[in-house]
Design a protein around this ligand. Sequence first.
Ligand code: CIZ
Ligand code: SF4
Length: 349
Amino acid sequence: PASDPNLVERARKAKEALGERLFVLGHHYQRDEVIQFADVTGDSFKLAQQAAARPEAEFIVFCGVHFMAESADILTGPGQQVILPDLAAGCSMADMATFDQVEECWEALEDAGLADGVIPVTYMNSSADIKAFCGRHGGVVCTSSNAKRALEWAFEQGKQVLFLPDQHLGRNTAVLEMGMSLDDCVLWNPHRPNDMAAVADARMILWKGHCSVHGRFTAESVDDVRERVPGVNVLVHPECRHEVVLKADHVGSTEHIIKTLQAAPAGSSWAIGTELNLVKRLAGMFPDKNVSFLDKTVCYCSTMNRIDLPHLVWALESLVLGETVNRITVEADTAHWARVALDRMLALP
Ligand code: CIZ
Ligand code: SF4
């Protein structure tokens, strides 16, 4: 449905009143009603970098989820405030690796005499606490575009990698891009005792986390769409399960998915396995191409969708009135160590 014209007008007015003091970031998975007010759109890493490149902006309104706003706070200057229009916009994947659980895992690795050879690598989609954990233990952050380079770097530093929190990105990168086998990977379950002999034998220790959206696509989704749409190109995100990525024609980050569709010939057919808001927007942007969603039973990311126009208007109008609501701040020591892990990523060859 079209956005409420009254709210659209209020958002427009508030943005105008704040002028250069305000910078609105919109993640690709946000609703259209919110994206229309974004000064820049992108994936989580690009958005954090964009915020840092705008030091004159006092207020960064981050339309995305909590871990992304944390990263923006870490990468921006002390005079900049990061605001998340709805504090309930978390990420179920990031929540699957809590600091206490990861500490417990590390202690078990220490007790088994393994920790010295283990380099922790965390996906961008993790809390600032987990990024800081990696910073403290000689590890690095990665995105879905540089996971391979981050892993190569990590294996130069140590014998094993603890990959957090997305098992699928970890497994897909190790097996499909680095020539490891499934037997080189072991799952770490934070809720059960783990077989330490199997852990000692593995090269990749994969945290048992996943994305509740991308993890829902199945191998049958791919078979079905191939039957329905002759000649279809299946393009999926590496947060999808291994068997889905194996059956797909192309795999890549959200930015990669967008670029691939831009470059695709008119008349070609594409089934996309990523978040639905983005897929719908892409279908609208490229009417000359046949763009469909990989599996009609998969839903929007419910936490991304928490950010809607009423919340955005509320955050913006509060700023106009001189009140900062829903500010996201990362405590100084955590921010320092998270920054260490992020800087190691930025320095990757
Ligand atoms: O699944 C997500 O939330 C992604 C791909 C985020 C991002 O932009 O890295
Ligand atoms: Fe988290 Fe998945 Fe939603 Fe991204 S799409 S914010 S990884 S739950």
